[in-house]
Design a binder for this molecule. Structure first.
Ligand code: TGC
Ligand code: FAD
Length: 398
């Protein structure tokens, strides 16, 4: 008889079919392994329960900070870990192996909150916010999407007026990861000339609220909400001074999308590893189901796709380390790797039969999470159009 609760213990073994570990430095492996151990010890035992009750496990914040998941590539002088982009990718991979929602929190904090303060902020802003964000004392969120402007953020209506000694901010953002508990929000809004700027909004500013969005079937262990600005008085020193225009938020997205291209591999590896182990133990018609050709086809295709995705992410990381990765290359990797992961989650779910729909296994949770991952940070179709524009020179968005 099958032991129903057997898989509660995290038995994950990472697939590395092409010996890609040989491409990593000792430091990369150390960072990856400490994140892997932390996920086994701290995320796996609790994540299903938190996803079922749709609650963000905020006790994980300290551990995320300790493994360097908040601002791993931000210089040490600002509290970051000063690591390279392969390290950042490996961290995202390991965390998403546990859950996409927890990786979301790390992506947002690193690439969408710390990155813009580091790249576009003043020295005072960097000193004030970055060390606290790196340690997890402050949590942040990123407000670009609006109720009526998702794929097309350049038409946003959130705006601010210059009132002499302060700015007055009005508008609303929707689908904002971490907004319900964030201490600060990086908010993208238009000035009176219609130019997009980033503003640092603090939780206790009058006229600002961040209600939670409920009833999600995806990313249930991540807290998602709105940002509502009703005549919020924003001190002038809270404007990010060093970049404006849509390219500013899109530059942050490049960093987050890159991390997701690694994160999705983590979710796929977890589904594959679970399905492989289950298929070798599950007996039907007198033999393990792994011995049937149809199941082998699924498993063989999965490891092939994971291996291709690993190579894509690693190469992209090397390009990023050399400051040569283009936005279009990042789009290709985000799109390919998330689709790869969602397909593997669906196929793995089938290999587990009825057991695959239970919370005793991580697969269904990954599958539902990936529906958000394939939508946020630019939808699957938007990334295809970015590649289309890049190779043809013709814009098919408009
Ligand atoms: P377009 O005219 O193409 O570009 C406007 C300006 O931006 C520059 N640019 C970029 N800069 C840096 N990085 C990129 N990836 C860039 N892409 C474009 C561009 O050069 C131009 O600069 P300039 O100086 O000439 O003004 O803009 P467009 O309005 O035609 O839009 C292009 C499009 C559709 C690709 C863009 O709007 C887009 O990517 N839309 C998708 C929106 C999106 O991804 N939203 C994500 C919201 S955040 C989120 O989902 C967080 S989830 C967090 C989690 O939980 O993990
Ligand atoms: P729409 O833009 O309305 O798109 C709907 C459909 O139309 C999609 O299939 C899209 O591909 C297609 N489409 C749109 N335009 C075109 C076109 N030109 N050609 C062809 N097809 C097109 N945003 C933030 O700012 N911060 C966050 O922290 C954040 N976190 C999120 C967390 C979750 C769980 C989710 C689900 C979303 C989050 N988002 C966040 C929002 C996310 O970035 C948007 O949902 C995404 O950009 C798509 O926007 P939309 O949902 O409005 O879809």
């Amino acid at each position: 008889m099958y032991n129903f609760h057997k898989m509660k213990q995290d038995l994950f073994q990472a697939p590395d079919y092409y010996n890609l570990d040989e491409l990593l430095t000792e430091e990369h492996k150390l960072i990856r392994n400490s994140a892997r151990d932390w996920v086994k010890k701290s995320v796996s035992p609790i994540i299903e329960e938190y996803a079922q009750k749709a609650k963000f496990p905020d006790q994980l914040i300290k551990g995320l900070a300790d493994i360097g998941a908040f601002g791993s590539y931000i210089p040490e002088e600002y509290g970051g870990a000063g690591l390279d982009h392969i390290s950042y990718g490996l961290l995202m991979q390991e965390i998403e192996r546990g859950d996409s929602g927890i990786r979301s929190t790390a992506s947002v904090q690193s690439s969408l909150v710390m990155f813009p303060i580091w790249k576009y902020g003043s020295e005072d802003q960097k000193k004030k916010y970055l060390p606290k964000l790196a340690s997890g004392e402050f949590m942040g969120c990123f407000g670009l999407t609006e109720p009526d402007h998702g794929s097309n953020p350049s038409d946003m209506i959130t705006n601010f007026k210059d009132m002499g000694d302060h700015f007055l901010l009005n508008g609303a953002k929707l689908w904002i990861s971490n907004s319900p508990f964030a201490d600060i929000a990086i908010v993208w809004a238009k000035n009176e000339k219609g130019r997009i700027h980033g503003l640092i909004i603090e939780r206790d500013m009058e006229g600002f609220s961040a209600p939670e969005t409920h009833n999600k079937w995806s990313l249930r262990a991540s807290s998602t909400g709105e940002l509502i600005f009703n005549n919020v008085k924003v001190p002038k020193e809270n404007l990010l001074p060093n970049k404006s225009g849509l390219g500013a938020p899109l530059g942050c997205l490049d960093s987050a999308r890159y991390g997701i291209s690694w994160g999705a591999i983590g979710a796929a590896m977890d589904c594959y590893d679970t399905a492989l182990r289950y298929s070798k133990e599950r007996i039907q018609f007198g033999k393990p189901i792994a011995g049937f050709q149809l199941q082998q086809k699924k498993l063989a295709e999965m490891i092939t796709e994971i291996t291709k995705a690993q190579l894509l992410a690693w190469r992209l990381g090397m390009l990023k380390n050399a400051d040569k990765a283009t936005s279009a290359q990042i789009s290709m990797a985000k799109r390919n790797n998330v689709e790869m992961a969602i397909k593997i989650a669906r196929e793995s779910r089938q290999i587990l039969g009825a057991m695959g729909i239970t919370g005793d296994y991580s697969i269904m949770r990954h599958m539902m999470n990936l529906e958000s991952v394939i939508t946020y940070e630019g939808t699957h179709d938007i990334h295809l159009l970015i590649t289309g524009l890049d190779i043809t020179g013709l814009n098919a968005f408009k």
